[in-house]
Design a protein around this ligand. Structure first.
Ligand code: NAI
Length: 488
């Protein structure tokens, strides 16, 4: 009999509920299903061993099963302690044809409500392919591709390999925060148990495909300082990713998170959105759509002017904090909401983050504030009673509220993102030497393909260029239609 599927999830008994949701999601993910139909026979990912670190949701389950349908072996953990949907994780482990007693799906290491120690431990398990090695009768195998969201998985291998190779300059923080302590504890555990593992694993990686803005920033920084070890495909900056998921996805999942977390009426309230990039635009539009009066802050004059032209008041948070009922951060920056701001907000204001990391709201300073008291309302919803007698409601402990308090973006928009992810994995695996070490984007032809794969489901009929028109515009009839610098 085959060895059991390695896993750590909440409860395999949830698999049936998860499978129903996955089945419905497949119907809403035409891009991924089209890739299955187009490529399942030739199995272009046969031989790919993918370690994935991305919110373990129902939509991610459809992504994982698409990678498997294309021939890949996969191990998975979540990229956020609160974002896993336990029924999806269970269904992926059990697989479409397995049972909870006889799972035959994909190894997943994730549950909703991990501690930060568990988080890094579970990522370590997604990187540990020793079970697969034993099954293959090999001494050692590791992953050859990483599918990342926020770059934690890629950074983890880089830090560990550097700790092995240049221990005196490994980047260990002198005064680590809680998160860094947990990260380094896992690295140190592997360094002790499996000497040389990081170097071996890093040497085997063909590339990373990165999902989000913050992850791309981190990887581009590694590249700039000359430390990046392999090519990265920046999926975020496909037009069919950031101009859709970041914007239209948030337009749906931000109000969903606010509703499930608080059920407070948004209409009539003053909402403040920090950052008017792709995510901030979707957030501001959604809040306005619910009848809030929305104020925006920006550091970038172009985005500030855009917000003003879109009809939003643009102000500094500290100048208007006393009017704010709902405060949302969408910057990917740090220390955007500080304790003085929290103290200045209206009583019972709702505070939440939809950027990638929890340092946008200075939670550490709030926790250390003398006289502040946390009252748990329910999981991922805390009332913080402040020393000035007011309260604020903090969602998901300052982490992504749309994934912590709700279930993230809906399937259709995640299909556009994840179709890019699968194409990026295929691109890296098909031609391991095609890309230099650095951060690359998918070609525009593939970006247009992703969009095309989603038109039929919405009943969209494209107008076709005549050859005379194509000549006139100087573009091919079949595309691509825009130059690289076009901004959509
Ligand atoms: P972006 O770069 O398009 O927008 C961020 C904006 O924030 C920029 O315009 C920047 O000028 C502005 N900004 C930076 N520091 C600021 C400050 N101190 N005050 C006010 N504005 C400031 O990035 P994008 O794509 O909108 O992503 C934002 C964050 O959301 C990233 O962390 C990204 O990883 C994350 N994200 C979250 C998603 C979710 O489901 N919650 C989905 C997609 C992205």
């Amino acid at each position: 009999p085959a060895a059991p599927i390695d896993h750590q999830v909440r409860d395999l008994g949830l698999a049936e509920a998860g499978r129903h949701q996955i089945r419905l999601a497949e119907h809403e993910m035409p891009g991924l299903m089209a890739l299955r139909r187009r490529h399942a026979a030739e199995r272009p990912l046969q031989g790919a061993r993918i370690t994935g670190s991305l919110h373990m949701t129902v939509q991610t389950a459809v992504l994982i099963e698409t990678l498997v349908a294309l021939g890949a072996q996969v191990r998975w953990s979540s990229c956020n302690i609160f974002s896993t949907q336990d029924e999806a994780a269970a269904a992926v482990v059990v697989g479409p044809d397995g049972t909870p007693d006889d799972p035959c799906g994909v190894p997943v290491f994730a549950w909703k409500g991990e501690t930060v120690d568990e988080y890094w431990r579970l990522l370590g398990r997604a990187f540990d392919w020793s079970g697969e090695a034993a099954r293959a009768g090999a001494d050692w195998i590791g992953p050859n591709l990483i599918l990342d969201d926020g770059a934690d998985a890629t950074a983890f291998l880089h830090l560990g390999a550097r700790a092995e190779q240049v221990p005196e300059d490994a980047g260990r923080p002198e005064r680590p925060g809680v998160e860094e302590q947990a990260l380094w504890a896992e690295i140190d555990r592997i360094l002790a148990d499996r000497p040389g593992w990081f170097t071996g694993a890093a040497a085997g990686i063909i590339g990373t495909s990165e999902e989000t803005t913050t992850g791309v920033h981190r990887l581009a920084h590694l590249d700039r300082i000359g430390r990046l070890r392999w090519p990265v495909i920046d999926v975020n900056d496909s037009v069919t990713k950031s101009k859709f998921d970041n914007r239209y996805g948030i337009r749906h999942s931000l109000p969903d998170g606010l509703d499930r977390g608080t059920d407070v009426l948004i209409g009539g309230k003053v909402a403040f959105v920090c950052g008017y990039g792709d995510v901030g635009k979707g957030a501001a539009e959604a809040l306005r759509g619910q009848g809030a009066r929305v104020i925006v802050s920006e550091i970038d004059p172009i985005c500030a002017l855009q917000a003003a032209m879109d009809g939003f008041q643009v102000a500094r948070l500290e100048d208007v904090a006393g009017e704010v009922d709902i405060l949302i951060t969408a910057t990917g920056d740090r220390d955007v909401v500080t304790v003085p701001v929290l103290l200045a907000l209206k009583d019972h204001a709702i505070v939440g983050n939809i950027g990638h990391f929890d340092n946008e709201i200075d939670m550490a300073a709030l926790e250390a504030l003398p006289g502040a008291e946390r009252v748990r309302i329910k999981p991922q919803v805390d009332e913080w009673r402040l020393p000035n007698g007011r309260s604020v409601l903090v969602l998901s402990e300052g982490r992504l509220l749309n994934l912590g308090n709700a279930t993230g973006h809906p399937s259709f928009v995640m299909s556009t993102s994840f179709t890019n992810q699968v194409l990026a994995q295929m691109e890296l695996f098909a031609a391991p030497d095609r890309h230099a070490v650095g951060v690359h984007r998918l070609p525009k032809t593939l970006d247009e393909l992703v969009a095309r794969l989603h038109l039929d489901a919405l009943g969209v009929r494209l107008t076709e260029l005549t050859s005379a028109q194509a000549d006139y515009l100087d573009v091919p009839v079949e595309g691509p239609y825009k130059p690289e610098h076009y901004r959509y």
